[in-house]
Design a protein around this ligand. Structure first.
Ligand SMILES: NC(=O)C1=CN([C@@H]2O[C@H](COP(=O)(O)OP(=O)(O)OC[C@H]3O[C@@H](n4cnc5c(N)ncnc54)[C@H](OP(=O)(O)O)[C@@H]3O)[C@@H](O)[C@H]2O)C=CC1
Ligand SMILES: O=C(O)C1=N[C@H](C(=O)O)C[C@H](O)C1
Length: 232
């Protein structure tokens, strides 16, 4: 595959390494200096840039007829606009807040646990995410997906950064040098606690998932997610 990398920071560079090992060619590397770029030679684009650039990058892909794997977080207020544009342009689009296989299994576990906890009284729920100090958005996209999985399966109706409440899931976001990404969901009661936790040791899992998603998306039109890619 000929891949355009939209965003060539920590993730872009890790994706380059893994994509090259899998026999793909990187034909374009875009960073903030590149205001215009040519996607005409690309089979697929992978966007890991910054929240304020994601919508423009994804739009450019649809306009160029290039399927796009989006991993950038912090832009989801515009997600439905991108879905509509994808359909209008008959494009191919995958967004995931986290591309790692482990986290996608963790998402399933989180939904299942929430469903089991829903009828039980006396448990308080709280979430924590820890990331490196360069991260621009909080809470993480992964924490938001986890919160949505809980909201779908319990009487919780919303999440809030730092604040909890009767129907509100509190998410604590910590920033600690070099941490690739750690997510914890906690149920605590007077008699016991239940905790599920995913710890990324490096960025390779995110990058491999994004490349696998790009391989899967080639020649498809429509809007997909990692459940589609992994057959979960
Ligand atoms: N879905 C997932 O599995 C994962 C998602 N992420 C998300 O991916 C994104 C990138 O993460 P990470 O690589 O760690 O961040 P970095 O800050 O290391 O890299 C971001 C890159 O985007 C570049 N950039 C800035 N503006 C633009 C633009 N207009 N167009 C294209 N590129 C631009 C930056 O360039 P410059 O350096 O010149 O400013 C930089 O190279 C974040 O939103 C993060 O949350 C991260 C890991 C996993
Ligand atoms: O910015 C990061 O680094 C990460 N961002 C994603 C998120 O916001 O959930 C995924 C991963 O946790 C790393």
């Amino acid at each position: 595959m000929k891949i355009a990398l939209l965003g060539y920071g920590k993730m872009g560079k890790t994706i380059e390494k893994i994509a090259t090992e899998r026999g793909h060619t990187i034909i374009l590397k875009v960073d903030k200096e590149d205001t215009t770029y040519d996607l005409s030679e690309a089979d697929v684009a992978i966007d890991f840039s910054i929240p304020t650039a994601a919508v423009n990058n994804i739009t450019n892909c649809f306009n160029a007829g290039v399927p796009v794997v989006s991993g950038t977080t912090g832009w989801l207020d515009h997600y439905e606009d991108m879905v509509a544009l994808c359909k209008e342009k008959k494009g191919g689009f995958i967004y995931a807040s986290n591309y790692s296989l482990g986290v996608n299994l963790f998402f399933e576990l989180n939904r299942k646990l929430a469903k089991m906890m829903a009828p039980l009284e006396g448990y308080n729920i709280a979430m924590e995410e820890i990331h490196h100090t360069e991260k621009l958005d909080a809470p993480s996209g992964t924490a938001i997906t986890l919160a949505e999985g809980i909201i779908e399966n319990t009487d919780k109706t919303e999440w809030q950064l730092d604040n909890g409440g009767k129907n509100i899931i509190p998410i604590i976001a910590k920033r600690i040098d070099k941490v690739p990404g750690t997510h914890t969901v906690n149920y605590t009661s007077e008699v016991d606690d239940i905790e599920i936790k995913h710890t990324a040791h490096n960025r390779n899992g995110f990058a491999l998932g994004a490349v696998v998603a790009a391989e899967w998306l080639i020649d498809k039109t429509g809007v997909f997610n990692m459940k589609d890619v992994l057959g979960l």
